[in-house]
Ligand binder design. Sequence first.
Ligand code: GTP
Ligand code: MG
Length: 220
Amino acid sequence: MAGGGERGGGAGLPESREHLFKVLVIGELGVGKTSIIKRYVHQLFSQHYRATIGVDFALKVLNWDSRTLVRLQLWDIAGQERFGNMTRVYYKEAVGAFVVFDVTRGSTFEAVSKWKHDLDSKVLLPNGSPIPAVLIANKCDQKKDSGQNPSQMDQFCKEGGFAGWFETSAKDNINIDEAARFLVENILANLKAFPSEENDVGRLKLEPGPLTAESKPQCC
Ligand code: GTP
Ligand code: MG
């Protein structure tokens, strides 16, 4: 099934739209990417840490408004992949990203710029601009490791090309829905600004179909 496109419109029926957006979740090992996705999609949280190997997938369906259905295909990319050579393959055709760090570990914040650089160097929107990225300061239920104050974070986002930032907790379910909503708003705004055939992210298939040897994720 291909997402995107419009239905209805005839016989006085309101137009309905469906979008399928590929969204990346990236950041250092153990920052909580998988936990954020599990919380967002399945309303579950576990203290148990099991590192993701390669990439994992999840689908979240949003009734965006009365006429619009949004399917988010979430690509949960293992932290250790920054040192691998598969990210170019994983990032392909993504239209949005979360870049996650752990507020209890300053080193994970320092790595945010490396992830963002990796992202911008490997995937762009069809109009040539970077895909919208939202910075996620996760584990805000815990004590911060020094860190930035809100105005420094605003400045960091401006300079680093992030659409915005959110403090989240997968454990206590804080701000995850809000961050996702913000990212989708940004993705939809891009779609409105550049509604060309080329930019029709609906081309993305829900079922990736047979993968070539080159594009096959290492694991899921
Ligand atoms: P990789 O797959 O190795 O890249 O890690 P990841 O980013 O997917 O991290 P994961 O979601 O597996 O979480 C790592 C550890 O942090 C686990 O023990 C989680 O329980 C814990 N954790 C994740 N989110 C939170 C949070 O919001 N608060 C607290 N206190 N712990 C969290
Ligand atoms: Mg993981």
